[in-house]
Design a protein around this ligand. Structure first.
Ligand code: SF4
Length: 230
């Protein structure tokens, strides 16, 4: 997983109201990871976050350049008053025909569920840019550092709806200040928070609680099927 930018990783408080755009990717990957980073301010380095920092080196320093008629803005601050979002876009290209946000990710594009976490983050950036600039942003791109490939992402109505739903879910999660259960699945292998989260221990504890609850459940086999009516 990519590392959250330091200013985006600060703990969220109800007074903030605004959701960091990066939180959407964290939430889509694992709700517990999102809460650990943005509510508990947990941040651990592992090989993937170090690679993520390397992948972002080119786009972490604000600046702009004009090449072949395309203006590129790096580390561009973005926000949406409508959705209550704030963050920054790694790279935004201003082509003659429109605006193209480009999100940088370490690794390669993986097969995933219906919407990949990075696509939700990209879509949130596009929604911010549309509101800020008053222009449609129909597509964006994700650049994968490992393969050095740029993958075009169409910002469909379904992806936009999923992104807005994720904003609502993250806001509810932050307001509750609760730490979701650990899924303890394949995602945990590459998660930088594995040591702080201890997913197998937490999941085992939850399983144990369930077993304890079942242990003291009264099961009265003498009650007939008719609910006791005779
Ligand atoms: S270790 Fe697993 S459960 Fe814990 S935050 Fe990471 S992905 Fe989520």
């Amino acid at each position: 997983m990519s590392a959250a930018a330091p200013f985006e990783a600060a703990a969220w408080t109800p007074e903030d109201e605004r959701i960091p755009v990066s939180a959407l990717e964290h939430y889509a990957y694992c709700a517990r990871q999102c809460a650990l980073i943005h509510v508990d301010e947990t941040f651990d380095e592992n090989v993937f976050t170090v690679r993520g920092t390397e992948a972002h080196e080119r786009v972490d320093i604000p600046g702009s350049e004009l090449i072949a008629g395309v203006r590129s803005e790096r580390a561009l601050p973005i926000w949406s008053d409508r959705l209550g979002l704030i963050g920054k876009a790694d790279l935004v290209e201003f082509h003659g025909e429109g605006v193209l946000p480009v999100e940088y990710k370490v690794g390669r594009r993986r097969h995933g569920g219906r919407f990949r976490p990075e696509d939700l983050q990209l879509c949130a950036q596009a929604l911010c840019l549309e509101e800020m600039l008053g222009v449609p942003v129909p597509r964006g791109a994700v650049f994968y550092w490992t393969t050095r490939r740029r993958h075009a992402v169409e910002l469909t109505a379904e992806l936009r709806a999923a992104t807005e739903a994720a904003v609502v879910a993250v806001r509810e999660q932050f307001a509750s200040q609760r730490l979701p259960p650990a899924p303890d699945d394949a995602r945990c292998t590459h998660c930088s928070l594995n040591v702080s989260c201890l997913p197998s221990v937490v999941a085992a504890r939850d399983r144990l609680r369930g077993l304890q609850g079942a242990l003291f459940q009264v099961f009265d086999a003498a009650v007939p099927d008719d609910g006791g009516r005779r």
